[in-house]
Design a protein around this ligand. Structure first.
Ligand code: ZN
Length: 319
């Protein structure tokens, strides 16, 4: 018999750790290559199965990730982890494939204004530019996932019309891309919007795997993740210690932190395969090492399963 009061959510969620790309690129001060590799190895010990490891962009665009090739080739022994890299063009894609990457991620912006500041061309042009990358990937048997930045709101244009998102998803589908990450790059989404938009997209594009990439700019990332879960979303990006941001968005703050997301999921009985205690330890180390965090509740308050000793003086006061 089903309990009508049951809050029905997926039983299992796959998390992709994005700190080595989204987190590192938001840090201005150079992180030495060995340090990046050491953090990736620590993350690997938390049970993470999916990692967005870097971005093969032009070194002038994001100097922090100019060592993408070295980083990827140095961790090829971590064969249990699916690694994907962001690629903006064919040249980057070729370098990623040469380094051993088996999954490429394409990124475009939902609005033309964000696309122009991010990719120097409008959305449709950016998307058409993906075709040669997809061909190259096919030739090498490498997977391709798509993403849509500012899908839930753009700092320049505001809310994105549903028809516009539909068009972008449709073009991806026609190009043979069947996994699409919806990114709330500015933390502009709210749970009602997320729930309704995903419901619509899942109905209209039933064969596409939609994943979520949430930033916590306005404290709504966890609530939005729950709204996504309610629509059956089982793949989320998150970043250790909440590192992250967007260089093209004023006052952008970090991604939803991996430890906060995992804590919330585990509290609700949803499996992730990650070890929360190990994640909190790595988050602390990363925060100390890089001198920053994007905002992590776990680093402030710790898990709610961690009980505190009652105060010694605790006794009922007789009046
Ligand atoms: Zn991001």
């Amino acid at each position: 018999m089903t309990n009508s009061n049951e809050f029905v959510l997926p039983k299992k969620v796959e998390i992709c750790e994005v700190a080595p790309r989204d987190g590192f690129q938001s840090i201005k001060e150079w992180i030495p290559t060995e340090e990046k590799i050491a953090i990736i190895r620590k993350l690997a010990n938390t049970g993470v199965k999916s990692l967005e490891i870097t971005s093969f962009v032009h070194p002038k665009a994001i100097p922090q990730l100019k060592d993408a090739y070295e980083v990827v080739t140095a961790v090829q022994d971590l064969t249990d982890i699916k690694m994907r890299a962001l690629v903006p063009n064919v040249k980057g894609a070729q370098r990623a494939i040469d380094a051993g990457i088996k999954k490429l991620k394409l990124m475009l912006s939902a609005t033309d204004s964000h696309s122009i500041s991010n990719a120097n061309c409008v959305t449709e042009e950016a998307q058409n530019g993906f075709l040669p990358i997809i061909e190259l990937a096919e030739k090498h048997g490498v997977k391709v996932g798509g993403s849509i930045s500012v899908a839930f709101g753009c700092p320049f244009e505001g809310k994105v019309p549903q028809e516009r998102l539909d068009q972008i998803v449709e073009r991806y589908q026609n190009m043979g891309v069947h996994e699409i990450s919806l990114a709330d790059t500015t933390g502009a989404g709210n749970p009602k919007q997320v729930y309704e938009m995903l419901g619509h997209l899942k109905e209209r594009f039933p064969t596409i795997l939609f994943t979520m990439h949430l930033h916590n700019t306005r404290g709504m990332a966890l609530a939005n993740a729950i709204a996504g879960l309610q629509q059956g979303i089982t793949h989320f990006d998150s970043s250790i210690a909440g590192l992250g941001g967007c260089p093209y968005i004023p006052n952008a703050t970090g991604n939803i932190s991996t430890e906060d997301l995992v804590h919330t999921l585990h509290e609700m009985g949803i499996e992730t395969g990650l070890n929360l205690d190990a994640l909190i330890d790595v988050a602390k180390e990363v925060k100390a090492q890089l001198g920053q965090e994007g905002g992590s509740y776990m680093l402030q308050a710790g898990p709610c399963s961690q009980l505190h000793a009652k105060p010694k003086s605790q006794q009922k006061v007789e009046s």
